[in-house]
Write a protein that binds this ligand. Structure first.
Ligand code: UD1
Length: 348
C-alpha cells in the first residue's frame, strides 16, 4: 500500500507480459487485471496489432503500460524493470508460433524463441523476480501412443522446429529454474473475448482451423478444406482439445496463485479434457451461429497428429483451475470477433 496525496492506494503486484498484445497474451492481460494484478506489456508488434492495446484499455477501463521491445534484446527488457521497479512475475508468451513458418525458416524460429527465453530467464534471475510462467504446447507430446495425455506422457520427436523450441524451452526452464516457474502446455486455443473487442488477428491466410472457418463464413476465403477424413477416429477427421482462450488466460492467473503458495517448478496441461473432431468443430460453428459454410473434404495435411486431448486432473487439483467454456461458447465468440473485425475494416 502507498499513500498518494491524500488517498491510500492499493499497489497491485506487477506482472511483465511478453507478447501481451498477441492472441493469448491480450486475453491474459485482461484476466490479470480482473484478478488484481498490474500487467505491463512488452511486445515488438511483429505479429500483433497496436490497436489491440486500445481494445484492452476499453475492456479494463484504464490505461495499460506498454513497452515496444524485442525480447531478443536483453538490455531493452532489463530497461523496463529498471524503469518500473519491482515485478512479481513474468509471463512469457513472446515467440514465433507458426508450425509451417518454422519448417520454412527453422533457424529464425530457433534463434528467436530460444534467445528470448534465455533473456527472460536471465531477467528473472538478475532482478530477483520470483515467478515465471512459460507458454508451452501439447506439441511436445508429438503423436502420442495413448490419449488423453498426462503431464507424464513421454515426449516423441518434435514434428517441427516450432515444437522443438517448446521442448528445448521446457528443458531450459527445468535446468535453470528449479523453483519459481510454471510451464503451461496449451492444447488448441480458440474463441475470443465475450466483448468481441479482442481475439486472434491472423497474418495472411490462417493456418489454424477456427480462423479459417470464420474467414470462410464471412466470405474472405472461398471454402474450408477439412484435411483428412480417413483417420481411425469415429468420423474420420482429427481429434483436438479445443480450449476457449479466456479459460486459457485464466490458467495463467491460477499459475501465479499457485506460485504464491508453492514455489516449485511444475508443468500442467491446459485443455478441456475432452476431444472433439474437426468435423464436430465445423458443425458446432454452423449450428450455434446459424451460418452455412462451403466445406471440401480433402487429403490429410502432412505432419498432422491423428488425435490428442488433455488429461486435466493435475491442473484441477493443484492449480484449482478448470475450463468452463464449451465448444459452442468458443464458436459463438469466434464469430462475434470475426464479424466485428470486418466491420472495423469496412469503416476504416
Ligand atoms: C498446431 C500445433 C500446436 C499449436 C497450434 C496453434 C502441432 C502438432 N500443433 O496445432 O502446437 O499450438 O497449431 O498454432 O504442432 N484443419 C483443417 N482445415 C484447416 C485448418 C486445420 O482441416 O483449414 C485441421 C487440421 O488438419 C487439424 C485441425 O484442424 O487436424 C487443427 O489444426 P490447427 O488449428 O492448425 O492446429 P494443430 O495443427 O492441431
Amino acid at each position: 500500500m502507498r499513500i498518494v496525496e491524500d488517498r491510500i492506494e492499493f499497489q497491485r503486484p506487477r506482472i511483465l507480459v511478453t507478447g501481451g498484445a498477441g492472441y493469448i497474451g491480450s486475453h491474459t492481460v485482461v484476466e490479470l487485471w480482473n484478478a488484481g494484478y498490474e500487467p505491463v506489456i512488452a511486445d515488438n508488434f511483429s505479429n500483433s496489432q497496436r490497436w489491440i492495446i486500445d481494445r484492452i484499455k476499453t475492456i479494463i477501463g484504464r490505461p495499460v503500460t506498454v513497452h515496444e521491445v524485442d525480447c531478443c534484446d536483453y538490455d531493452a527488457l532489463a530497461g523496463i524493470v529498471q524503469r518500473k521497479g519491482a515485478f512479481l512475475g513474468v509471463i512469457h508468451f513472446a515467440a514465433f508460433k507458426s508450425v509451417n513458418g518454422s519448417i520454412a525458416e527453422p533457424q529464425k524460429y530457433m534463434h528467436n524463441n530460444m534467445r528470448s527465453l534465455e533473456n527472460v530467464i536471465r531477467l528473472v534471475d538478475e532482478f530477483h523476480i520470483p515467478d515465471l510462467v512459460f507458454s508451452s504446447s501439447c506439441t511436445v507430446y508429438g503423436e502420442p501412443d495413448q490419449v488423453p495425455v498426462t503431464e507424464e506422457t513421454p515426449w516423441k520427436a518434435a514434428t517441427s522446429p516450432y515444437g522443438l523450441t517448446k521442448q528445448l524451452g521446457e528443458d531450459l526452464i527445468r535446468d535453470r529454474m528449479p523453483t519459481g516457474a510454471i510451464i503451461l502446455r496449451y492444447f488448441n486455443p480458440i474463441g475470443a473475448h465475450a466483448s468481441g473487442l479482442i481475439g486472434e488477428v491472423p497474418d495472411g491466410p490462417p493456418a489454424n482451423l477456427v480462423p479459417y472457418i470464420t474467414q470462410t463464413a464471412i466470405g474472405l476465403r472461398e471454402k474450408l478444406t477439412v484435411f483428412g477424413t480417413d483417420y481411425s477416429t469415429p468420423d474420420g477427421s482429427c481429434i483436438r482439445d479445443f480450449i476457449h482462450v479466456v479459460d486459457l488466460a485464466r490458467a495463467h492467473v491460477a499459475a501465479l496463485a499457485r506460485l504464491a503458495s508453492e514455489r516449485e517448478t511444475d508443468v500442467f496441461n491446459v485443455g478441456t479434457g475432452a476431444g472433439n473432431s474437426v468435423l464436430e468443430a465445423v458443425e458446432t460453428f454452423m449450428r450455434v451461429n446459424q451460418v452455412g459454410l462451403p466445406v471440401v473434404l480433402a487429403d490429410r495435411r502432412p505432419g498432422d497428429i491423428e488425435r490428442i486431448y488433455a488429461e486435466t486432473t493435475k491442473a484441477e487439483r493443484v492449480l484449482r483451475w478448470k475450463a468452463t467454456h464449451t465448444l459452442a461458447d468458443a464458436m459463438r465468440d469466434a464469430w462475434r470477433w470475426e464479424t466485428g473485425l470486418r466491420a472495423l475494416e469496412k469503416s476504416a
